[in-house]
Design a protein around this ligand. Structure first.
Ligand code: SF4
Ligand code: SF4
Length: 145
């Protein structure tokens, strides 16, 4: 999965897309809040009131979508201090990728790179289905026998 991620992002120009920043609001950790507030020279409480909303589980996310820090050229206005969730999106290089399968499938509707990675993953699956709808057949033998 990490190889598929690296291969896809080697040819993906996120500055021509920014769909994640335009359509979704990242969660912010307490560290994110402290770091970004400091960068903006705001008291944390002021930053929270101006920019964030608090979810049911007391989690922070940006109030507005598209993100207020997204610049007209698709650069991130707070790139060096951006939230961890932004740095890690779309999470397709996670070691324990199977823990976030559902969110990754949802992300295929937002992120073209995630869509391509999932298509490449499907193409690499060991089981292929016959075009005529017959029984699945094994493309590769499993095990060492
Ligand atoms: S903080 Fe930056 S990377 Fe994160 S959503 Fe906003 S513009 Fe995008
Ligand atoms: S949606 Fe995916 S491809 Fe587009 S900018 Fe975000 S991470 Fe990059």
């Amino acid at each position: 999965m990490v190889e598929l991620h690296d291969k896809e992002f080697a040819k993906t120009d996120c500055l021509k897309c920014a769909n994640c920043c335009k359509t979704t609001a990242p969660w912010l950790t307490d560290h994110d809040v402290a770091r970004i507030a400091k960068h903006l020279k705001l008291k944390e409480q002021k930053f929270i009131e101006e920019y964030l909303e608090v979810g049911e589980d007391n989690e922070f996310s940006f109030k507005l979508v598209p993100c207020v820090f997204l610049m007209p050229d698709n650069e991130c206005g707070i790139y060096n201090v951006r939230p961890k969730a932004c740095r890690e999106y779309p999470h397709t290089n996670r070691r324990k990728f199977q823990q976030i399968e559902t969110i990754t499938i949802e992300n295929t509707a937002i992120c073209p790179a995630t869509y391509n990675i999932m298509e490449a993953l499907k193409a690499n699956l060991p089981i292929q289905y016959s075009e005529k709808g017959g029984k699945p057949r094994e493309k590769f033998r499993r095990g060492g026998g």
